[in-house]
Design a protein around this ligand. Sequence first.
Ligand code: COA
Length: 335
Amino acid sequence: MYNSKISGLGYYVPDNIVTNNELSKFMDTNDAWIQERTGIKERRWIKEGSDDTTSVMGAKASRIAIERAGLKNEDIDFIVFATLSPDYYFPGGGVQLQEMLDMKTIGALDVRNQCSGFIYAISVADQFIKTGMYNNILVVGAEYHSSGLDKTTRGRGVSVIFGDGAGAAVLSRTNDNTKGILSSHLHSEGKHAEELIVSSPSSKRWINEIIDSNNKEDESYYPYMNGTFVFKHAVVRFSEAINEGLQANNLRVSDIDMLIPHQANLRISQFIQRKFKLNDDQVFNNIMKYGNTTAASVIIALTEAWEKGKIKDNDLVVLAAFGSGFTWGSVIMRW
Ligand code: COA
């Protein structure tokens, strides 16, 4: 068995900053409400006319991560791409990355686990490296939310939260068993699938209901979120996932050097921080600037924390996420 470690990190967010005040020009909301409930001050939304898409942003983040890993695109053996907002209904974005990055005809796997997408993706990549099948895997999380949000007052409970962006990591084989990914734990509870969902388009409703009715007011095109319900489950599952990872490695909370929680809501991160009695240097948040970028959020935050020098050699880094499905999980790594 080999170990896998992150050898390169990168992220890309669109230039276009949308502040809370700007949102209030087209929906009934305000900066105070959004900041108080979510901690978000602004988010990036792809500007109309931009060439950015989910896979284009993923490719931009990937180029940075591959270069920082000291590798060339042809050194990548496999792609794992997590998104809930792919460019196409099918095929998934993994093959687009293979093409945009001019890679060999390597395998490209798409992961559909929403806010937990990056945790699932990196866990899958880790298994391929552990077995010795691949040496270098590109793991990407990218989201283009802004094209699919209800930007009227009707959708304000959801639309103010989400932002666009992408992050990428190169996971590489290491023979040093003391470094890299120590464990990953993944969970799901499908009975809550409809508490956070975009239910159309879907194969179930395609012809009769969607094409025939052609109803622009059909709310099922937009994300639905039972916010309070999601919040309550998130704080419980985040805690469980972190504890499970620590226990599996005989570690204690005091061993955590850096927790990167999925950026769902600053209040959720703060709740977890208080519960685990972590100080401000042990938890990294950037939801204030980017909103919730779903599958991209953990990898963008990890990259920013690393760029700011907040993650040092030998640090114990914990990644944790919860989201639609419900799905949740954690990854523990020694940097
Ligand atoms: N601006 C102003 N008012 C808003 C608003 C907005 N953007 N969105 C909702 N409101 C209003 C509601 O209409 C409601 O008004 P009412 O009392 O007159 O009916 C009021 O604010 C409270 O709405 P509610 O949805 O109960 O707010 P909340 O305190 O639960 O906060 C969330 C909403 C979404 C911020 C919160 O539930 C949350 O963060 N949940 C978790 C979300 C999450 O993490 N999602 C990602 C999962 S990975």
